[in-house]
Design a protein around this ligand. Sequence first.
Ligand SMILES: *Cc1c(COP(=O)(O)O)cnc(C)c1O
Length: 381
Amino acid sequence: MKFNTKVIHAGIQPDPTTGAIMTPIYQTSTYVQAAPGDHKGYEYARTQNPTRTVLEANLAALENGADAICFASGLAALDAILKLLKPGDEVIATNDLYGGSYRLMTKIFGNYGIHFHFTSFDNIADLDALSNEKTKMIWIETPTNPMLNIIDIQKVANWAKSKSILVCVDNTFASPYLQTPLDLGADIVLHSATKYLGGHSDVIHGAVIVKDKAIGDQLHFIQNASGAVPGPQDCFLVLRGIKTLHIRVQRACENAMYIAEKLASHPKVAKVYFPGFENHPNHEVAKKQMKMFGGMVSFDLHDNTEEAARKVLTGTHYFSLAESLGGVESLIGHPASMTHASIPKEDRLKVGLTDSLIRLSVGIEDVEDLWDDLNKALDLV
Ligand SMILES: *Cc1c(COP(=O)(O)O)cnc(C)c1O
């Protein structure tokens, strides 16, 4: 089955009891048993729910994985993955990371004896220097947030292969339409389904997809033990969102490319971060591992003050000032004070995350309306 068919059909059958073509929302906490232990595969809804089961089967197919586990949020999914580790274990992670992931790693799991190293992944030799026999996990996000660097997943996976280090990829920014990390050698994929998978800014949801069924079983165990499950209505919304994933992401990528090019030639704009540009330092890697270059664009202003950025951030009409990304509507954000406020300033500046950096999640509106909107806001600087 090809991807554009999978989004609509993989793992999805008409409801066996009624023929309902849309997967029903099984709003129930428990399931009646004919006799103790004699049930239809469902006992209690923390452990399993049929709406969730269908979504998990669909997600496993989209990422070419053996199993998928859905969670109440992307961070609940990361929390479960990190619980595969034990005190003393070490993790090497992307230094330019989603702020909430950084916070969960350093402020919560750091207290339980797990040690995190943050690096750019520009040079594989850096991994040799940061790793030792206690290194158990690699955590990468690509494209990175908000600097939109691209990490070569295959190269990292090849490095980790002989060392029995789990390679995990946060695939939220790309979505499985653009890249499937398990095919490139990764072991675990994470999604904040809140973003492109859900796609309509109406749900918080997370998912993990694994290459190896045994790791999937461990994660199902951790989930049932810890309890961060999604509700059936949320699973329904993500299932519905996924049905148009391919069309939405394709349009968002086309619009983002147009906006990035316009920004690059605007006199008030100092720098545009977009992997679709030939002069982007990782453009060749992006071309190799992604189908298109994504719907995210970051840019910096010549006037590199927070005040200048605020004029643009409050001057747009179609680009709404909000956290999050990946919805049908365009969003504009200020990483330094919003999504990345929990990262210390000196660490932010090291990766180029200045006070005047602006991040766009380009939606699927008419692209000329979008550029007109942004252009008018830039005039305010
Ligand atoms: C939003 C996001 C998360 C966290 O997901 P939630 O659903 O908000 O918990 C993790 N990683 C990335 C890249 C994100 O954008």
